[in-house]
Design a protein around this ligand. Structure first.
Ligand SMILES: *[C@@H]1O[C@H](CO)[C@@H](O)[C@H](O)[C@H]1NC(C)=O
Length: 190
């Protein structure tokens, strides 16, 4: 055991306390900011709502700092980022991928989240080959350029319909597959 005098102990506590109080104070009603900036909104997208090969909503406008959160329903879907020009194929090695999230009924216990870091359009699809989900139009976009008549979700889907076999990245990437923090989001009736 290390022996210490009561005086030394009090001095140590006082030193600790002064360090702690040197930190900037925060009023109690302030939210704790996340490490990488202000807290943004969360946009929930239901994957395969009502057994359909859809993302709902399939067209989302998000701000920098927002979170996109996909909620999976039956049967066995994924979310993969692609380029506009090459639907149903991952957008290179940095494409986000949720992995396949098979769901028997209701809503899966896990969601896939990505963060929005810029305002560029983000195209994505379901890479399930059993039933050709992407070719059947299971695709979505975040921050579509609404000034363009060329880079539309409708055209992406038309091009997707002309592809043959969807591809999946090798592993979950570019986002978080985590326990569902917002079970009602995307499902709650307002
Ligand atoms: C889900 O789909 C993937 C890709 O087709 C497949 O590898 C996996 O076995 C499926 N999982 C289940 C539980 O059906």
């Amino acid at each position: 055991m290390v022996a210490f005098s009561p005086l030394a102990f009090i001095t140590a506590v006082a030193a600790l306390a002064s360090t702690a109080f040197a930190a900037p104070t925060r009023t109690s009603n302030q939210m704790t900011p996340r490490q990488n900036g202000p807290v943004g909104a969360t946009h929930s997208i239901v994957v395969g709502r009502a057994g359909q090969l859809v993302f709902d909503p399939e067209n989302v406008v998000a701000e920098i700092g927002d979170t996109i959160e996909w909620h999976f329903t039956p049967r066995n879907h994924s979310v993969v980022q692609s380029n506009f020009a090459n639907p149903c194929v991952p957008a290179g090695p940095n494409a986000f991928f949720s992995g396949f999230v098979p769901t028997m009924s209701g809503q899966n216990g896990q969601v896939f989240q990505i963060k929005i870091y810029d305002k560029n359009p983000i195209w994505y699809y379901c890479s399930q080959t059993n039933g050709n989900h992407c070719q059947m139009g299971m695709a979505g976009v975040i921050n579509q350029n609404f000034d363009s008549n060329d880079f539309t979700l409708r055209k992406y889907k038309e091009n997707a319909g002309r592809t043959s076999v969807s591809q999946s990245p090798p592993a979950i990437y570019g986002g978080l597959l985590i326990p569902n923090p917002n079970p009602l989001s995307g499902f709650k009736k307002n």
